[in-house]
Design a protein around this ligand. Structure first.
Ligand code: ADE
Length: 255
C-alpha cells in the first residue's frame, strides 16, 4: 500500500478539465517551467500541484518528470477523456486504469511488440491503493453528485442515464482513434482493453521509472470510431470538466 498523499500532482491534457479545480485552490502560486504553468496550492485540504500536460505521450512524460523532480509530489493522478473500446463501456462512463500499455510502441524485431525496450514489460500497473480510492471517489460522484454537477441539458444531450465506473486496461498512443478499423485492431491486439487515449501509458512509464504511485481516470467521450470528433469540445465543457472536478473533490475528502 502506498503512503498517505502529502503532495498531489494533478495532471490533465486540456485546460477545461482543470479550470474549476484551479479556481477552487487556496493559496495559489504559479511556477512556469518548460512552457507549462504548475499551480501550487491547497485543494480541499491537500497540498496539490495542478498542471496541464497538453496532448500526447511526450508532452505527458515531460510534465510528469518535472512534477516529480522539481515539485516533489508524493502521488500523481491524471484526469481526462478517452474513447471506449469495450462494447459495454458507454459515453459518460468512467474508466479507472488498473494498467496501461503503449499501443504504438514497436521495436520489433529487437524487442517483443508493445514491450518498452530495456524495461522488459509492456503493461504498467497503477498504484493499487490510490486506484481504489479514485474508483471509490468516482462511484460516489456518479452515485451522489451527478445530477447536481452536470446540467440536465448536457445529461440529455449526451444521453447520460446511469453512467458506471469500470476498471481495467487503457491503451495510449500518439493517435486520436477515429476509425472502426483502428478500433478493431486495438481490440484484437489487447484482450480486455476498455479505452484508448493519448497520455496515460507515458505517465505510467515515467512513474514506474521513478517509483511514483500514480493513477489514471478517464471519462468516456466517444466510441473511438467515425463519430468520435462529434461534439467533442462540448462534451469536455459540459461533462468531462464536471466529472474531473467532482471526482477530485471526493478523492480529497476521502483521503
Ligand atoms: N481521447 C478521447 N477520445 C479519444 C480517442 N478516440 N482516441 C484517442 N484519444 C482519445
Amino acid at each position: 500500500m502506498s503512503q498517505q498523499i502529502t503532495r498531489l500532482g494533478l495532471v490533465s491534457a486540456l485546460h477545461q478539465e482543470q479550470a474549476g479545480l484551479i479556481e477552487a485552490m487556496q493559496g495559489k502560486q504559479t511556477v512556469t517551467r518548460g512552457m507549462r504553468d504548475y499551480v501550487c496550492g491547497s485543494l480541499w485540504g491537500i497540498e496539490t500541484v495542478c498542471v496541464l500536460s497538453r496532448i500526447g505521450k511526450v508532452a505527458a512524460a515531460a510534465t510528469v518528470a518535472t512534477l516529480i523532480e522539481r515539485f516533489g509530489v508524493s502521488h500523481i493522478v491524471f484526469t481526462g477523456v478517452a474513447g471506449a473500446v469495450d462494447s459495454d463501456v458507454q459515453i459518460g462512463d468512467i474508466v479507472v486504469a488498473d494498467a496501461l500499455v503503449q499501443h504504438d510502441i514497436d521495436a520489433t524485431p529487437l524487442f517483443p511488440r508493445h514491450e518498452v525496450p530495456l524495461l522488459g514489460q509492456s503493461h504498467f500497473a497503477t498504484d493499487v491503493h490510490l486506484t481504489e480510492m479514485l474508483a471509490g471517489a468516482a462511484n460516489d460522484f456518479l452515485g451522489h453528485d451527478l445530477d447536481a454537477s452536470v446540467p440536465a441539458q448536457d445529461r440529455d444531450r449526451f444521453r447520460l442515464s446511469s453512467p458506471r465506473v469500470y476498471r481495467g486496461l487503457i491503451a495510449s498512443g500518439d493517435q486520436f482513434i477515429h476509425t472502426a478499423q483502428r478500433h478493431r485492431e486495438l481490440k484484437a491486439a489487447f484482450p480486455g482493453l476498455l479505452a484508448v487515449e493519448m497520455e496515460g501509458a507515458a505517465v505510467a512509464q515515467v512513474c514506474f521509472e521513478f517509483g511514483m504511485p500514480f493513477s489514471v481516470i478517464r471519462t468516456i467521450s466517444d466510441g473511438a470510431n467515425e463519430a468520435s470528433p462529434h461534439d467533442f469540445m462540448q462534451f469536455i465543457d459540459g461533462v468531462a470538466a464536471r466529472y474531473a472536478f467532482g471526482t477530485v473533490k471526493r478523492l480529497c475528502a476521502a483521503r
